[in-house]
Ligand binder design. Structure first.
Ligand SMILES: [Zn+2]
Length: 494
């Protein structure tokens, strides 16, 4: 008997993401301990509050509330007039108090969305809620025993929960990337997934395309890069489809992503799930959020990545791809704008195009080769603007500009100083002089000239090289090439 089994493309994934971001506040969520513990010795950034001693009282960090509301507004959420904190009870060695202060039924925000562009489609991913809680301590596992480092305990943690609107692992990755951009632009999170300051858990189920009813979902943990989010979901989607196709049940459970093996493994079943016994935190007052304050925060929001992308295209005439690359990394976009601010030119669009070209090719190449970030780069934006000025005025050739850039990148000197110091002469712009050199080179390299005319187009490069040598790099390669072609075509057939 033939069984009507749908093929894989007949299934779609239903994915929702829970993202945790540590907030960049100076102190912890409910005490005055510093959050700057990244390189500190274990248990040095602690006090009775974050160690969970009895009888202590928490105090709400206002900056953490501000950061959460800013994020919620950037994600188009609505902010209630009243919010509160709740206790989430569960026993675990890294949870100092035996409960976590979190938010249950009245979070700081609800009902927002984030727009992504995926495979030519604009998709709106709903944001279920953005709320505030505290991070746990950290366990360090050794052979046969574990140690606890309480430095992280009580660090402000913002949770952003999406609606299950994501339909593929690729969309999930893009959602994460866009969300990270927004958090970094707002200055509320470092966005560093590899350091654990931005973490992601995912819920995923599959169903035949066109079916309303949701399949049984699993939760995936331990994904610490954009790539692993996509890979883990791809693996889990296939695993679930295979089970459905073979008529086996999917168990509702928590699964961990094992990066080295490229698989998810079962960690905890639904039956073992905790009852958190949430109740309002009795040691904290409820939050009353005035409309005036929310509106004040809204007007203070910085320009967000989507708005910047649109502006780069409209104001500078940049192409989609360039605008995307320049805005994905906020620091790179900031640098681009600083170069533009240092550029006193009449044709702003031409300068923007040149800045984008040099920044994304040569400067990024030097950054990668030296393994440094644009923020730590010694080449100042005004130095790059100066280099582009020299090129505009035809004071140097493109080839010379690359050499000057290499030196400026290392020394931090202004390109005009380097040009003077090296005694670089202005390019030969006198066509008469160039023509004579070109004719001379053709006469002295008859084999290459013959080869080129016989159809070996590669031979032209040898001739260009000769002219550049004769002019010590002071000629413009494109003009030399044009002149060579002209002169070669003027020679009568042999
Ligand atoms: Zn503390």
């Amino acid at each position: 008997m033939a069984i009507d089994t749908p093929i894989d493309t007949d299934f779609e994934a239903v994915i929702g993401l829970e993202v945790h971001a540590q907030l960049l506040t100076k102190s912890k969520m409910f005490c005055s301990c510093s959050t700057d513990y990244a390189y500190a010795a274990p248990n040095t950034h602690v006090c009775p509050v974050c160690m969970g001693m009895p009888g202590v009282l928490p105090v709400i960090n206002q900056q953490a509330v501000v950061y959460t509301i800013m994020t919620a507004l950037a994600l188009n959420c609505s902010i209630p007039e009243y919010s509160k904190f709740d206790r989430k009870n569960y026993p675990y060695p890294d949870l100092m108090k035996g409960y976590q202060i979190s938010q249950y039924d009245i979070p700081l925000s609800r009902n927002g969305y984030l727009t992504i562009e995926h495979e030519g489609q604009t998709r709106r991913i709903g944001i279920h809620r953005v709320h505030l809680e505290e991070d746990t301590a950290r366990l360090l596992h050794h052979d046969g025993y574990s140690l606890v480092d309480i430095n992280r305990s009580g660090t402000p943690l913002m949770e952003i929960v999406s609606e299950p609107d994501i339909r593929s692992p690729g969309e999930a990755r893009l959602y994460m990337q866009r969300l990270r951009e927004i958090l970094v632009y707002l200055g509320v999170s470092s966005g560093r997934m590899e350091e654990g300051s931005l973490r992601c858990d995912a819920n995923i189920s599959v169903r035949p395309r066109g079916q309303e009813k949701l399949g049984v979902k699993t939760e995936i943990k331990n994904m610490n890069s954009f790539r692993s989010v996509e890979r883990a979901l791809e693996y889990e989607k296939q695993r679930q489809i295979t089970l459905v196709r073979s008529g086996k049940p999917i168990h509702q459970e928590t699964r961990g992503w094992v990066e080295t093996r490229g698989i998810t493994v079962s960690q905890r079943s639904k039956e073992q799930a905790h009852d958190y016994r949430y109740f309002p935190e009795p040691d904290l007052p409820p939050l009353v959020i005035s409309r005036a304050w929310v509106e004040e925060l809204r007007t203070e929001l910085p320009e967000l990545p989507d708005a910047r992308r649109i502006r780069y295209k409209a104001e500078y005439g940049l192409a989609e791809q360039e605008a995307n690359v320049l805005t994905e990394d906020k620091a790179l976009g900031d640098y681009f704008e600083q170069v533009m601010a240092a550029s006193q030119v009449s044709d702003r669009r031409a300068r923007a195009k040149a800045t984008s070209n040099w920044l994304l090719s040569e400067v990024v190449r030097l950054l990668n080769a030296n393994d440094i970030s644009i923020q730590d780069c010694t080449l100042s934006p005004s130095a790059l603007a100066n280099l582009l000025d020299l090129l505009d005025k035809e004071r140097i050739t493109g080839k010379q500009a690359k050499e000057v850039l290499d030196e400026a990148f290392t020394s931090g000197e202004m390109p005009q100083v380097i040009v003077a110091k090296r005694g670089i002469k202005p390019p030969i712009s006198d066509l008469g002089v160039l023509e004579r050199i070109v004719e001379e080179v053709i006469a002295n390299n008859s084999k290459a000239a013959h080869d080129y005319r016989a159809g070996k187009t590669n031979a032209l490069q040898a001739l260009v090289g000769q002219v550049m040598r004769q002019t010590r790099g002071q000629a413009k390669a494109d003009i030399v090439q044009t002149l060579l072609k002209e002169k070669l075509s003027e020679i009568p057939p042999e």
